[in-house]
Design a binder for this molecule. Sequence first.
Ligand code: ZN
Length: 357
Amino acid sequence: MAADVSDDSSGVTGATPSPHRQGRILVVEDDPGTLDFLALALERSGFEVATATSAGEGLELLATHRFDVLLADIGLPGMSGFDLVREAKRLDPDLAIALMTADARVDVAVQALRSDVDDFLPKPISPVALIEQVDRLIERRHAKKSGPPQQVLAIGAHPDDVEIGVGGILLGHREAHDQITILTLSHGARGGDAAIRAEEASKAAALLGAELILGNLDDTRIAIGDPTVGMIEDAIAATAPAIVYTHTLCDLHQDHRNVHRASMVAARNVPSVYCYESPSATVKFEPVRFVSIDGAMEGKLEAIRSYQSQTAVRSYLDEELVRATARYWGRFGQTRYCEPLEVVRDRPPARSFGPGE
Ligand SMILES: [Zn+2]
């Protein structure tokens, strides 16, 4: 957001700055002045903000990113705010939504849509009132999400694969109170002392708020079929995940490719399956989803630092490389840092897949 922070005419200086606010807000507004004003006020209060100037652009962002709140103008060109709301609800039924308009009469129409819209924001709105409303919307979002937490399973061939591939994404799941399990299929003995690497893997998992299942398959000789498939099936039976993250097939390391193939078999009934990038991924790796990890970059690096016995000898664990890779993918996610994912299957989060249901 290239808005001028020192611009007094914005009235943004009246907002109460709070670096502790958390939440991802999408603002869809066709008037550039209003858009800048809203984005700046929200950013200065600590929210992560993405912007779009049309409903189509907004829906593209909603399809590829997780947001807590959608603020949309009613009078958008082309597809209206009302249509946007309907589509947005389809993509994420739990999304908190507020429509904005300068026309008080539209309130009547908003009333009619009350079931789909959580709030109604008059324009112009003061920064203080805006932040208060957004705080309320975030609370509502959390209340909606307070059903059973989602089970998430991240699978890696060796210690550190999962942290490098989806460390930031897993921290996002932790923030959403999801239950995370990391299945690491080998101790990675070829890359150092197995006992030390196991200890490091436990430490990294704890930093990500994840349970660790550490398998004992032969490093560099992980099979494409059993026992690999069986080990993954056991983890899936134990955790009933709604989401599985695993290696991409486009990888130079045979263990990574075999874990990918074994995962495809074992996770055949899991609603959502995504593939992450490893440092040994080839240029054929073709992600279509780019998840912002702006708020999780430092946490991801901290988890990777757990692999102390490796960071000295493994160039791919170089923090500069990890950060630069996320920064590169950030280009595609309209954000600073992203983790990229290939999508094998992508079903909307269905609460009925939670445990015990
Ligand atoms: Zn690996």
